[in-house]
Design a protein around this ligand. Structure first.
Ligand code: SAM
Ligand SMILES: O=c1cc(-c2ccc(O)cc2)oc2c(O)c(O)ccc12
Length: 357
């Protein structure tokens, strides 16, 4: 039987485009990796003005046979918003194409405050990204996370056994957290009046340092697994404490969970939230859990934003986590014994949620 006998040829070709777009989508990621491996954003930034293909190729010492390859990669990246192609008048009075940074590629320049280069390097790392070849196996294996299937151990144990990956991951999380700094500026009221806060799963303390800079009198405790925090030292109002959030969380006025709940399945989330509830000092008014996480809002946001969040949802299989809708989060809050919550959009991918006991 011909499955498509009822369809017009044009519809079949549209279907082919859908399939091929998905099939080749990983090449977008590979081009991004190419661009970072060759330091393109830094080279253009250091050049101080749009750079011609010839100049780019000579800076990189690209052999003549590959210069056209560079042009094609740059064309692809420009088409996807990473570079502007402008025209420069050369000494010989001839106009030449030149590449300029866009906001997206400025975010990939290394060593700047808002650099997402560490995040990109981590996500594109062959060992970590290679785990996604096992999604089929993940589906058929009861309970196991993708990391357990492909790396042989859960992600947090993998990091404890591979310290270079741990700092790689921490730096990538820290680079994302600098973006949160931009967003929190307009939401500083959530921290007002608090005397202490525990940043659960706070990694190298980037978010806590941001909050501490905004509120120097606020006592911030970065709480993470012992091997994660063992080499960090705090300062006046910022300290690092090692422990396990499933056992006990230090007491404070507020508990912060940034990018924690989406790392876990519902059962673990309820356990974490119950421990948070126990940790909120009950002799204070205004005690709460502050959550910074991704919330899927399919019917009320741009298609592209939902698409990104749904991709992240697939990514979370590496720890058996997931991205949730407001309704799914509400169920977790109520199950953990919380009474009330308030969700505000923060940035593109983040929402800010205050949960009250
Ligand atoms: C996705 S990272 C988020 C880091 C940080 N909150 C941020 O957004 O930049 C999750 C963090 O949870 C920590 N973590 C995992 N299991 C934990 C546990 N049982 N107790 C405390 N922290 C844990 C990890 O070590 C890691 O730093
Ligand atoms: O951006 C990431 C990337 C990871 C990641 C992907 C694949 C692996 O094999 C390991 C790590 O994990 C993340 C994560 O757990 C999170 O909460 C936020 C972002 C990312």
């Amino acid at each position: 039987m011909e499955l498509l006998s009822e369809c017009k040829a044009s519809e079949i070709f549209e279907g082919q485009v859908v399939v091929y777009k998905h099939l080749y989508a990983y090449l977008d990621s590979m081009c991004l990796k190419w661009c970072l491996d060759l330091n393109m954003p830094d080279i253009i930034h250091n050049h101080g003005q749009p750079i011609t293909l010839h100049h780019l190729a000579s800076t990189l010492q690209v052999p003549p046979s590959k210069i056209d390859g560079v042009r094609r990669f740059m064309r692809h990246l420009a088409h996807n918003g990473f570079f502007h192609i402008t025209r420069l008048l050369h000494d010989d009075n001839e106009e030449k194409e030149a590449y300029a940074l866009t906001i997206a590629s400025k975010l990939l320049v290394k060593g700047t405050q808002h650099s997402l280069a560490p995040m990109s390097k981590c996500v594109l790392d062959p060992t970590l990204s290679g785990t996604y070849h096992f999604l089929g196996k993940w589906t058929l294996e009861e309970n196991l996370s993708l990391s357990e299937i492909s790396l042989g151990t859960n992600l947090w144990d993998f990091f404890s056994k591979n310290p270079s990956y741990l700092s790689f991951f921490n730096e990538s999380m820290a680079s994302d957290s600098q973006m949160v700094k931009l967003a929190l500026k307009d939401h500083s009221a959530v921290f007002e009046g608090l005397e202490s806060i525990v940043d659960v799963g706070g990694g190298n303390g980037t978010v806590s340092k941001i909050i501490n800079d905004m509120f120097p009198k606020l006592n911030c405790i970065v709480f993470d697994l012992p091997h994660v925090v063992e080499n960090f030292t705090g300062s006046n109002n910022l300290s690092f404490v090692g422990g396990d959030m499933f056992l006990s969380i230090p007491h404070a006025h507020a508990i912060l969970l940034k990018w924690i709940l989406h790392d876990w399945d519902d059962e673990h989330c309820v356990k974490i939230l119950k421990k948070c509830k126990d940790a909120i000092l009950n002799d204070v008014k205004g005690g709460k859990v502050i959550i910074i996480d991704t919330v899927i809002n399919e019917n009320h946001e741009e298609h592209e934003l939902t698409q990104l969040k749904l991709r992240m949802d697939i990514m979370m299989t590496h720890v058996n986590g997931k991205e949730r809708s407001q309704e799914e989060l509400k169920k977790l809050f109520l199950k953990a014994g919380f009474q009330n919550y308030k969700i505000s959009p923060l940035t593109g991918i983040y929402s800010l949620i205050e949960v009250y006991p």
